[in-house]
Design a binder for this molecule. Structure first.
Ligand SMILES: Cc1cc2nc3c(=O)[nH]c(=O)nc-3n(C[C@H](O)[C@H](O)[C@H](O)COP(=O)(O)O)c2cc1C
Length: 212
């Protein structure tokens, strides 16, 4: 990861607190990527907690994630536009998958589906989030919070993908063991949002914010 000079510029936060007592993540930019699992509803809580630290939070969602939670939820919580599509008409010809990862200090993928982990491991970039994950290389860290049924989590392909991603420097938090949406108990439950927040904070505070 390239080293970053400390900048006196303030972050372009649409959602940071205006209070003079700034939170611990003031100036940092988080790209919160939501993929399609039942734990999507918990990520709204994570978005709210991140905003309360004064991080700038931009949410992006896959098509599957939109089946679980409306983008409006994240727009309201972050006070920012939510990105769902690479192909929306743009007036500024901004390459969003590049500009969003350029600006981000950290990408959090939560919940991280088996599908996104597989796409990341294989280098597939066929939607906004997988493209951003690929374009994060050399620009910002990625923290994944997987959530899925235990049988999926234990599947050989998922195990191999997680190991591959770890060796490439992707950070993981969870999953926890516990009650799953199916009613079964086992590994695959998304880490508690407080633990995802703590992991994000640890990663972010290793470096000063980019402040782009
Ligand atoms: C009700 C329901 C719950 C699901 N929950 C999960 C989940 O927790 N984890 C997971 O990996 N996939 C889950 N899936 C499957 C994903 O939504 C599916 O693989 C999808 O293609 C993921 O797309 P994405 O990674 O682009 O968001 C679920 C599907 C349904 C219908």
């Amino acid at each position: 990861m390239p080293s970053r000079k400390k900048s006196k510029k303030s972050a372009k936060t649409g959602n940071s607190c205006k209070s003079p007592n700034r939170g611990p993540l003031a100036g940092y930019e988080v790209l919160l990527c939501v993929t399609g699992g039942i734990a999507c509803y918990k990520v709204a809580d994570l978005a709210s907690k991140l905003v309360q630290t004064d991080a700038g939070v931009t949410a992006a969602m896959t098509e599957a994630a939109e089946k679980f939670v409306a983008p409006l939820t994240f727009a309201a919580l972050t006070n920012r536009q939510v990105f769902t599509d690479m192909w929306l008409p743009q007036v500024d010809y901004d390459l969003r998958h590049i500009s969003l990862t350029d600006r981000a200090d950290l990408i959090i993928i939560a919940p991280a589906t088996a599908n996104i982990l597989g796409k990341m491991a294989a280098g597939i970039a066929d939607d906004l989030i997988s493209t951003m994950a690929l374009s994060a290389a050399g620009s910002c860290d990625i923290l994944a919070a997987p959530a899925m049924n235990s049988r999926m989590w234990n599947a050989a392909a998922v195990r191999a993908n997680v190991e591959t991603l770890k060796t490439r420097g992707v950070h993981f938090v969870g999953p926890d063991e516990g009650r799953l949406a199916s009613g079964a108990t086992g590994p695959g439950r998304m880490a508690e949002t407080d633990n995802i927040l703590k992991a994000a904070q640890r990663l972010l505070l290793r470096r000063p914010p980019k402040n782009r």
